[in-house]
Design a protein around this ligand. Sequence first.
Ligand code: FAE
Length: 554
Amino acid sequence: MSENVESGTTPVAAEAAPQSGFSRRRFVLGTGAAIGAATLIGRTATSAAALPGGTVIGDGARVQALIVGSGYGGSVTALRLAQAGVNVHVIEQGMSWDTPGSDGKIFANTTSPDYRSYWLRTRTKAPLSNFLGFPIDKDVPKYTGILDAEEFSGITVYQGRGVGGGSLVNGGMAVTPKRENFGAILPSVNPDEMYNTYYPRANAGLGVTNVDQRWWESTQYYQFARVGRKHAQRSGFPFVFVPNVYDWDYMKAEEAGTVPKSALAAEILYGNNGGKKSLAKTYLPAALATGRVTISPQHRVTNVAPASGGGYTVSMETIDTSGNVTGVKTVVADKVFFAAGSVGTSKLLVKFRDTGSLPNLNGEVGTGWGDNGNVMCGRANHMWDPTGAKQSSIPTAGIDNWAAGGAFAEVAPLPTGIETYASFYLSITKNPNRAQFSYNAATGKVDLNWQTAWKQPAIDMAKSIFDRINSTEGTIYRTDLFGTYKIWGDHLTYHPLGGAILNKATDNYGRLKGYNGLYVMDGSLIPGNTSVNPFVTITALAERNIDNIITYDV
Ligand code: FAE
């Protein structure tokens, strides 16, 4: 089978945004990073020179495996297929994020968003829209930035954009759900194989570790979390430490002043220049080190349809940093793996089914979408309970009231650089509401029928924690973070899940029903809720499914 790739220079046009030197350089992550990553994944890398980054898929290519999207599902799929001897092409609409801007940094700080921060918006859309009641959003140049605030009629869905997907922007909280909750999360999956094999494999591949609790007890950067613990425990709630993918030694060095501050300088939402082990430091360099993987950034898949001679014709556009289409490519792939995220994969599949490209996809496609019950709130503490002007942007703990009240609340940082006396929380709740994607022939777009009012069960569940804490502490909710006199951040989710549910839209391992050689590998397989932050479960499920696919289909 011939493998056709282009190498070298970028197919994108001149860049409009005011930034210096984004060039589509080789996707080189440095020898140290590559070897470190490959060691995490359990194999040995040779050298950075072996990385085939920089080659992108060629127009007219015939390829073995094509992966749409480079987040958790896509990265696991790329690595494991390549290790099994398959040549893999990863198509990613976002940038490769390998070149610093004029400030010397690749990513912008959370406190000062710029052109790098948002995906093709002309105004920021910060999850916390207000501070002290004042709106904080500002105009930015339209650019293929790192965070997408994708707006549907009843909800804004935040997602990462770039090589590494959501791992570039997320808080790194790497949580394996409690085993007793697993039956409700993925009812058709054998928990023994997940808890004995695939969760451990995912945690190892992602580089998940626990914070040094002695250091956590003493550093000023986790004062906010210690206040959160005190308040949880005084109200009788279990306070649990949560693992993360941040390099804790790097964070300690940040505090000591021996490396540039990153998590301790509020970097997270728009990317992290320091110790966070995104997929670009773990699975992806290990995949590239096999020599069998190419990654094509700024390529957006637009259609997939059966090819006359077998396999699938995949159409894609190349885009510049303003989002303009600069070219089109068509390739034929023996197998196509959808890993464009819950929203991305669902939108593609619903459109392909309803416009006739893949008419045999079943009626389950597009259904069962949930927000992982996300809802945010803040509490106003007393003056004698400061949460600290200095806060690490990396969360380390949560309040577990899942069994009794249907809520798990992340004790989240609010790294503004000033003392706010605020405790801030992102709650994951058992909200049972589920939405559906549908193709809108009039607009040519895919809609999602979520309604803002469907967050009410989530609010009620979060109140099972915070009403009691406020009562115990004699405190009140903050009303200045999401508008004027608005308590609940009920307009958004960070955790989209579902739309191509395992064992319904697909078989029990992600094979799309109706077609041989089409697969779903990402968060769209999970029916709307994981009871905790989702990326470890997405990674572990992808590890499980690709094992089965390699055994029987490759
Ligand atoms: P994802 O990582 O979204 O990757 C999909 C990729 O596909 C993206 O890079 C897209 O650009 C790309 N794509 C989409 N459409 C196309 C197309 N047509 N052509 C080419 N490429 C395309 O999918 N989860 C946790 O577990 N812990 C946390 O602490 C946490 N914090 C979060 C904080 C924020 C602000 C956000 C936004 C999310 C957070 N999450 C967290 C959620 C987590 O990042 C998310 O569940 C995963 O990234 C989803 O993984 P997928 O592989 O499904």
